[in-house]
Design a protein around this ligand. Structure first.
Ligand code: NDP
Length: 685
């Protein structure tokens, strides 16, 4: 179906496995530049209780049947399919007021997030359905009772209530970790730009890549949906603090302790260093960054720079440079390629921003831009929601309130001067918690003082200087691998952050019991759990034949002084503890010359390795290596090697096997312990 050809059209919701239109014709959604209707939106008539049930009963079980790697492969296929259709999204995105560059952040940034989660999921998660969290906690001296924390997917639905400014990225950045965790989602885009989200969801559903029930879409109000959320569900919200607070205190959310993640207003700050005087590279980078953050998406970004904190002595020069740069911004209909900044999302939004500029004016004066008379290169200056960038200056920010309290969600920032690093930190913290701050300095001492002062109040802090200028991803870009969210006013939520974001949709449970029971539940062998002499050497077994707990007890080997001498001269490691009896004795840890730790590891390999070609393809590392008891000449080593974890790779002929390796001496004392990591073929040749 060609969505563009049918404009304006009635948006549909994808619920219960079908596309349905609302019972009424709906509210018109207008093109931000021309004021022409793009679509109509309405969700009346939808049974919201039933769609929660559909997600829980259909989508959840289907996703939970898949392993992390299968779900990661699903996200990859989805990301690739959407990338192939990206031009269709770009074409419709123009109606939201976004330039091509703005849309890139939303569309390709969103799809990129999906792909990033796909690849991180495959690399960083095991190919299982349950995640282990942390190490085994020993709870008894004789190793008969221990505990392991695990994470398993919530069995409810994630309800994502999104903001108007990123109709694609806003959906995908939440969807990727949700689906990877194994939890279905109901997406509710903000009405104003829901037509673009609807188009993307249409394309997602058409691919048939997601199991039915994994993704539902509500275009329009969510009606009484929140009345029906339960303890296994999660709700995320991005938007205004007022709505966020209302939803967070919704009766069903409170009574059922529903997980609620909120990302709301954020008065993000950028601090210019005391060292970054006009003429320095940092000063120029700062001007560029502030101007960019004010104008990308016409400043409608939750991470945009709202407060510009600069040394008092440089403020005048800064305002001059910023004013000149902002004045050159080509504003107009983003369909026109020369345009650098489009309109706000709607006329209502522009009125809202103008009202907030009036609030800010209580503390600050406008020093660049006129909020009332937009001058545009193209588009309809009356019907389009255009607003030129507006820069304000607040001379006494220490005693001002509005500049630290009011978020004008548009191309608006306030410059505020400071004298000391301490004062700069104090001003930034008056925002009462933000998503991000940036500090532009080439002075490590200034960076340390300011960043450590800002960190508890921010989810992300970026340091900008001449070295990172070319490679920096910038102040305003949330990245899939980094935490996105902030304390206090910013909502107290946390999204993304790589696998941290996935865990938000999982329940952490401490499992206690005898080691063999824990091993059965977690799929990982642990000390004290039953083990079997493998019969055949375990390195002769393919992935299909190996079992957790398969164990090899090796022959023994006595370490001689000659071995130590040989190893020292062969490798060049002639550290005195291995070479000089007197000096070694004087060391508080040793009683005479000791064997090198790496000699012990090498001898251990010599004891446990089966040399012939076979299913074991490679040793790709060791984890958690510890040397526990010194080995003196004459000590005898023995190894216990136990198959600890088997992780078959999806779409490959091999998998990873983690072996528990315990090296002991003739007294049975542990000399070294570590995990040996190997690649093993799935089948024998
Ligand atoms: P809202 O808080 O009004 O809306 C955000 C989302 O919540 C939308 O999807 C909206 O749907 C939905 N929503 C609104 N009321 C309810 C309700 N009672 N139950 C369930 N869902 C509801 O914010 P806007 O998008 O209208 O933006 C207003 C202001 O919010 C901006 O001017 C800006 O200041 C701030 N904002 C801040 C962001 C940030 O991350 N810092 C991001 C976006 C906005 P619908 O659109 O259908 O009403």
């Amino acid at each position: 179906m060609n969505v563009m050809a049918n404009r304006p059209r009635r948006l549909e919701s994808y619920v219960g496995g079908a596309w349905v239109a609302g019972a009424k014709e709906g509210v018109p959604l207008l093109d931000a530049s021309t004021g022409e209707p793009v679509a109509f939106i309405d969700s009346s008539g939808i049974d919201f209780k039933a769609i929660l049930a559909h997600g829980r009963e259909k989508g959840g079980p289907a996703l939970r049947r898949m392993s992390f790697h299968e779900r990661a492969a699903m996200l990859k296929a989805l990301g690739q399919a959407l990338m192939e259709r990206k031009e269709e999204f770009y074409a419709l995105s123009t109606a939201t007021g976004a330039t091509r560059a703005d849309s890139w952040v939303d569309i390709e940034g969103g799809i990129g997030t999906l792909l990033s989660y796909a690849s991180k999921g495959r690399r960083e998660l095991p190919n299982t359905r349950v995640l282990l969290d942390g190490d085994v906690e020993p709870l008894s001296k004789d190793n008969t009772f221990a505990a392991q924390h695990i994470l398993s997917p919530l069995q409810g639905v994630a309800v994502h209530i999104n903001a108007f400014n990123f109709p694609c990225w806003g959906m995908l950045e939440k969807l990727a970790p949700t689906l990877l965790a194994g939890v279905p989602a109901i997406v509710k885009p903000a009405s104003q730009t829901a037509y673009l989200t609807e188009l993307m969801v249409r394309r997602i559903i058409e691919t048939g890549i997601l199991p039915e029930g994994a993704l539902q879409l509500v275009c329009g109000s969510v009606g009484d949906l929140l009345d029906h959320v339960e303890g296994q569900d999660a709700v995320t919200f991005t938007g205004s603090a007022a709505t966020g607070r209302r939803l967070k205190t919704h009766k069903a959310i409170i009574e059922n302790s529903v997980r609620f993640t909120m990302e709301a207003d954020s008065l993000n700050a950028a601090v210019l260093g005391l060292d970054a005087a006009p003429g320095t590279e940092e000063f120029d980078l700062f001007v560029k960054e502030v101007a960019r953050e004010m104008t990308v998406k016409a400043g409608q970004k939750c991470t945009a720079i709202r407060r510009v904190i600069a040394p008092r002595a440089y403020s005048e020069a800064l305002i001059e440079s910023l004013g000149a740069r902002l004045g050159k911004t080509a504003i107009g209909n983003p369909a026109n390629e020369a345009v650098r900044m489009g309109p706000l999302a709607s006329l209502d939004q522009r009125e809202e921003v103008r009202a907030r500029i009036r609030d800010l004016s209580a503390d600050a004066e406008i020093v660049a831009g006129n909020p009332d008379n937009p001058s545009v290169q193209s588009g309809d200056a009356v019907a389009g929601a255009f607003l030129n960038p507006v820069l304000l200056y607040c001379d006494r920010p220490g005693s001002a309130r509005a500049v630290h309290d009011v978020e004008a969600f548009g191309p608006v920032s306030t410059v505020m001067p400071y004298d000391t690093a301490e004062e700069a930190v104090d001003l930034a913290r008056r925002g009462k918690g933000s998503l991000v701050a940036s500090v532009f300095t080439n002075d490590p001492a200034f960076a340390e003082e300011v960043v450590l002062g800002l960190a508890p109040f921010h989810g992300r802090v970026m340091i900008g200087n001449r070295v990172s200028a070319k490679s920096s991803t910038g102040h305003g870009s949330p990245l899939p691998g980094l935490v996105h969210g902030g304390p206090g006013r910013a909502g107290g939520g946390e999204e993304l952050g790589g696998m941290r974001g996935v865990k938000h949709y999982m329940q952490r449970t401490a499992i206690q019991g005898a080691p063999t029971m824990l091993s059965a539940v977690t799929g990982r062998w642990l000390p004290g759990a039953e083990a079997r002499a493998a019969g055949e050497h375990p390195f002769r077994k393919s992935l299909a034949e190996l079992k957790i707990g398969d164990q090899l007890i090796t022959a023994t080997r006595t370490v001689t002084l000659d071995d130590i001498e040989h190893f020292a001269h062969f490798t060049g490691d002639t550290f005195y503890a291995h070479m000089d009896e007197e000096a070694a004795k004087a060391n508080p840890f040793f009683d005479g010359r000791v064997a090198h730790g790496y000699l012990i590891v090498s001898f251990a390999a010599g004891l446990f390795v089966d040399p012939a070609p076979g299913p074991v393809l490679a040793n790709y590392g060791v984890d958690n290596l510890r040397f526990l008891t010194p080995v003196n000449p004459g000590d005898t080593l023995q190894v216990q090697l136990t198959c600890k974890e088997i992780n078959p790779r999806a779409n490959a002929e091999h998998g990873e096997v983690r072996w528990d390796c315990q090296v002991t001496n003739q007294l049975g004392a542990a000399v070294a312990q570590y995990d040996v990591l190997t690649m093993v073929a799935k089948t024998r040749e």
